[in-house]
Every structure is written in C-alpha cells, then in structure tokens.
Design a binder for this molecule. Structure first.
Ligand code: ZN
Length: 269
C-alpha cells in the first residue's frame, strides 16, 4: 500500500475525510450537509455537532435528546396496557457487517421486527458503542448494543442492551471474527448465519422513554427500550472493539420534561 493510501486510511480511522471536505463547504446545501463529517473528538466531537451543519441543529437545541442517565428511583410504572409488552420476533440472517468509521454495524435482512403499543417496527441493523451511552443511576457500562427499528410510518424504535465484562460470549464472537478492520469496509458471509435475539438478555424487563438518535442529525422520533438486564462478554472481546473505537459514546443529555417508564412484568423470552 502506498504512503498516500496509508495516510488516507489513517485519516479515515480518525474519522476525518482524506481530502479536506471542509465544514463550510457543506453547510451551503442540504445534500452536502448530509455528508458533513462528525466524530467523537476535537472540533468534530459531540459538543460541536449542532454547529457543524443546519441539519444537525437538534443535536444542540433539542429537548428530547439521547442518551440520558436513567434514575431507577424516579421511573414510573407503565399504566397503559398496550405499552406493557415488547414482543420480539427476530429471524436468523446471513452475516453482513460494515465498519462505517463510527461503529461496527450489522445489517439485517427484512422480516424481523418488534411490536409495542400495537405498532410494528422492523429491525434494520444493530451496532455497538464503547463505553455505554446510557447510564443507570450515574454508572456507565462497558459497552451498549443498539437494535435499530423503523415502523412503516417512519417512526424509530431502538432496543438498547448493556454489555459488561464477564464470561466469553460465543454469539458475539461469530460477529467479532468477521469485523472489517478498515473504515468503509463491508464484509458479507452467505454461509454464516446469526440471530440478533441471541444477543438479548433472557429477562426482558425494560425502561422506556422518548428520545433521539445519539448521532447526527439527532432526530427526535425515537422510542427507546433499554433492557434492565445486561449481557456478558469477555474483556478480550471488549478490547477487540476498543482497538478500533476507543470512544464512540455521546455524553449524557438533559432529561428535561420527560418521564422514564418501567415495564411491570419481566417479559421473559
Ligand atoms: Zn447507537
């Protein structure tokens, strides 16, 4: 590989474009703004997202932003029977993963969904953050997994699962063995079949609230379901992710006028 290519690769890994796509040239047109570069450190970091592009304004002025610190002492029980249950219907899918420079994302074939409040949300992809984005009573976890779903009406629902250091996780390892090392790289395996439900805890009591995407444009049409039970992965498995992404967690946002609800029953799988 030539020096130039090495340099481009390094810049990409650092979350920058190789050839000076400056922020000022992006803000003039919405199409270009969609490509505005953002990251987790320095002048492209979370404190600056709202100023990087007019399309990212909500990151700065939004009042229903994610992540938040979930205070278990002040959650309310769900009183609406329709919200009580979170039905998860995930199908196996051939492994398709992409290193998008911000995280490792596993794309899902159509046909898997969750159902809540009589709405069906289709699973699009899942991805990882280190450390966790949500906190529980002020404490962060080692990592957080986000299952991203969309309804036919265009509303989003994300199921969050905390990962903590402990036992080696063979289901995660199938994915980890296939991680693309370079930003922009995608790996597809017809013969490796995974099932997202193998990364959900068996005990499915959850906290739910109305929030946003945790990455630009920070859109606020997202219903969050955070599992109270975490899953275990080994410290070596955590280290493999942090080598590529040392910190891809947005800082905690203000709760403002929102209420966090807790499901009453355990919703066991
Ligand atoms: Zn996420």
């Amino acid at each position: 590989m030539s020096d130039t290519l090495n340099r481009r690769r390094l810049l990409k890994l650092l979350g920058m474009t190789a050839l000076g796509t400056s922020v000022s040239s992006c803000v003039t047109s919405p199409a270009a703004a969609a490509k505005t570069n953002w990251g987790y450190i320095g002048k492209q970091g979370p404190e600056y997202w709202g100023k990087l592009s007019p399309d990212f304004q909500l990151c700065y002025v939004g009042k229903r932003q994610t992540p938040i610190d979930l205070q278990t002492a002040s959650v309310k029980s769900i009183d609406n029977k329709n919200q009580e249950s979170l039905i998860v219907k995930y199908q196996p899918t051939p492994l398709n993963l992409v290193n998008n420079g911000k995280t490792i994302q596993i794309n899902y074939q159509p046909g898997s969904f969750i159902e809540s409040e009589r709405q069906v949300y289709h699973l699009l992809q899942f991805h990882f953050h280190h450390p966790s984005e949500h906190h529980i009573n002020g404490e962060e976890y080692d990592m957080e997994l986000h299952f991203v779903h969309r309804s036919q009406a265009g509303n989003l629902a994300v199921v969050g699962v905390f990962l903590k250091a402990g036992e080696f996780n063979p289901n995660l390892q199938t994915i980890w063995d296939a991680i693309p090392q370079t930003s922009g790289e995608e790996n597809q395996f017809k013969d490796t079949i995974i099932n997202a439900s193998s990364l959900l805890p068996a005990e499915r009591r959850f906290l739910t609230y109305s929030g946003s995407l945790t990455t630009p444009p920070c859109s606020e049409n997202v219903t969050w379901y955070i599992m109270e039970t975490s899953i275990e992965v080994s410290s070596e498995q955590i280290a493999k992710f942090t080598q590529l992404f040392p910190d891809n967690a947005r800082p905690i946002q203000a709760l403002n006028e929102r209420t966090v609800f807790e499901s009453a029953n355990a919703n066991k799988a």
